[in-house]
Design a protein around this ligand. Structure first.
Ligand code: PMV
Length: 369
């Protein structure tokens, strides 16, 4: 952590969602998002949260707004969302050594994609909050420290979204209390795309936090933990060797198992919708027709087809033709969060502040199309 005294400023960060190849499901300590198992993800490029944090000197409540749209002005964030953001800001204050009455934060945030639909909006949102708040305080956390700061939100997947490319977030073991994500390979290593078949765009009925809590009640949970080391090895090897078939078969097996555990939890949790099965069938049919597409789903109904760049246009077209698919989002591997240029009132440290994490004012990464 920087040893400079926090100096109130303002910063805007853009942070991407990620899609998990091996899922975080079940926690050793849910409050602190200490995962039961290691997870591996691909950081995306276009599905992003854009968050501005202003640190205002003096006491007062933190304010949380949703960014203005084309028709509406800024709106106060919904209560539950604002509560989670305020709790995260409290953790950021403690990290920075700022007393509660010393400064308050004003946060404005927006997503480029439907929130709470299994598209990792909490990952991008809390990663953007950690990057922007750190920079607004003139701090320069490196990637590992940002990962810990993002995890302090309670959203474990946010710990992976602070890094670009292919990212592993370990389970406790080497660092029992504080697992921090690390990059397995940069975005430029492998141009994979994520074609998302959106079959549901409303909020899901059961949050991922509730899903983590219920996971150990499934009779399949313990068996999953036994199977995971081999599966993690296969995913690491597939990424290292750019082996799309090994990656694809492994992530499909993993996604189905996550949902098997959810559906067999007590009480059961069904994230799938009828459209999920239609999209999965379409992905299998594409493979029969020679396209290299494999499916995965996070805690939601939407289906992510992971494909090499060359097959993306055909896969997107085929998914758009599935009756249950309302919208197709074309995304791909990205280089991680960045700070946007701020006008002169932001402290000079705020703009430079993200340098330590390889984060600087720049455009989204490799797969921006
Ligand atoms: O970070 P959380 O608490 O929203 O949990 C994420 C759960 C999954 O998306 C299903 C898996 C993952 O590793 O992202």
């Amino acid at each position: 952590m920087s040893d400079s005294v926090p100096r109130p400023g303002r910063a805007t960060a853009v942070a991407p969602a990620n899609i998990a190849f091996v899922k975080y499901w079940g926690a050793v300590d849910l409050e602190r998002a200490i995962p039961r198992n290691p997870s591996i993800s691909m950081t995306l490029s276009r599905c992003v949260s854009r968050t501005t944090v202003e640190a205002v000197p003096g006491p007062g409540d933190d304010e949380v707004f949703l960014a203005p749209s084309a028709v509406d002005g800024p709106a106060p964030a919904p209560d539950e969302f604002a509560r989670r953001v305020r709790a995260h800001l409290g953790a950021i204050r403690r990290w920075a050594g700022v007393g509660p009455g010393e400064l308050r934060f004003r946060v404005t945030t927006a997503n480029s994609f439907p929130a709470a639909a299994g598209l990792a909006s909490s990952a991008s949102g809390f990663a953007a909050l950690a990057v922007a708040a750190g920079a607004a305080l003139g701090r320069r956390p490196d990637g590992a420290e940002l990962s810990a700061l993002a995890r302090a939100s309670g959203s474990g997947s946010a710990a992976r979204s602070v890094l670009g490319g292919y990212v592993e977030w370990p389970a406790p073991g080497s660092a029992p209390d504080d697992p921090r994500a690390a990059q397995l390979a940069p975005a430029g290593h492998w141009d994979l795309r994520d074609v998302v078949a959106v079959v549901e765009s409303g909020p899901k009925e059961v949050s991922s936090l509730a899903g983590h809590r219920l996971a150990p009640t499934s009779p399949h949970f313990a068996r999953r933990l036994e199977l995971l080391p081999d599966r993690l090895d296969r995913v690491r090897r597939a990424i290292r060797e750019r082996d799309v078939e090994l990656l694809g078969t492994t992530i499909e097996e993993e996604a189905v198992e996550l949902h098997l555990v959810a559906m067999s939890s007590r009480p059961p949790v069904f994230y799938w919708a009828p459209g999920t099965l239609e999209a999965l069938a379409a992905v299998r049919a594409m493979r029969r027709d020679g396209l290299a597409a494999w499916a995965t789903m996070d805690a939601g109904a939407n289906v992510h087809a992971i494909v090499p760049a060359a097959d993306e246009p055909a896969v997107a077209e085929r998914l758009a033709g599935v009756a249950a698919v309302r919208r197709v989002i074309r995304d791909g591997v990205g280089t991680g969060p960045y700070l946007e240029d701020e006008p002169a009132q932001s402290g000079p440290d705020a703009a430079a502040g993200a340098g330590g994490a390889g984060i600087g004012p720049r455009r989204a990464g490799g797969s921006a199309r």
